[in-house]
Every structure is written in C-alpha cells, then in structure tokens.
Ligand binder design. Structure first.
Ligand code: AMP
Length: 114
C-alpha cells in the first residue's frame, strides 16, 4: 500500500492543521510555510494526485473548489484580490502529490511568477 500524503493525513485528522473551511467535498487550511500574509491550501477530499490526473468525473469537484475559494475570500474579506496557484509535476515544483490550490493574498504579486 502506498503511503498517505500529508494532505490525506490532514483530511483524516492524523496531523493537525489550521483549518479555515471545510465541507463535504473539500477543505482549506493555512500553509505551514506561508509566502504571503494569507496563504491557504485548498484541497479536494478525493485523492487526485495533481491537475494532470483530473478526470471528467472530477469536473464538479474542481469547480466546487473554486466556489469554495470565493466563499473563503468573502469570509476573510480578501477585497484586494488573491492569486490561485497549482503546481503540477516536478518542473512546477510540486511537493505534495494531492491536488491542491495555493490561495495567496495580502500583498502584491508579480508577473511572471518565478
Ligand atoms: P507544492 O506541492 O509545491 O505546491 O506545495 C506544497 C505546500 O504544502 C507547501 O507550500 C508546503 O509549505 C505545504 N505544506 C506541507 N506540509 C504541510 C502541512 N502539514 N500543513 C500545511 N501546509 C503544508
């Protein structure tokens, strides 16, 4: 059996996290190494390794993640906007093989990203 990812362990309450949002399909918690004043990790509860493994049957879940992010932004008052990032695969620097969106806010972000 393959080892659980750290995010699956957070879903299963095996390790603690500062959870800011949770529903039937997804959860959001504070990144342990924030790179912005607000840095959340938003994940589906379904184990999808990366954006490259999203299948047609996951379309509703992925759409739901964006609706959840909008709810989170409203609740946290992220009126200045926010950036959503997903790292997919080694060239993008993906470390945790469980689909996740970084939700970053609270400062200006440059473009192009590094
Ligand atoms: P990446 O896979 O490169 O898109 O990023 C994984 C992110 O997960 C990094 O920003 C880490 O700081 C974050 N991370 C890793 N372990 C934890 C944890 N236990 N709780 C919260 N965030 C974590």
């Amino acid at each position: 059996m393959t080892e659980k990812t750290v995010f699956k362990r957070i879903i299963d309450r095996e390790i603690p996290a500062k959870i800011v949002y949770e529903d039937q399909w997804c959860m959001a918690f504070e990144d342990i190494k924030p790179v912005a004043p607000t840095h959340l990790i938003v994940i589906p509860k379904k184990e999808i390794p990366s954006a490259n493994q999203i299948s047609q049957e996951d379309e509703a879940i992925v759409g739901h993640l964006f609706v959840a992010m909008r709810t989170i932004a409203e609740r946290l008052g992220l009126d200045g906007g926010y950036r959503v990032v997903t790292n997919c695969g080694p060239d993008a620097g993906q470390e945790v093989m469980h689909l996740h969106f970084h939700m970053l806010a609270g400062r200006k972000f440059s473009w192009p990203p590094g």
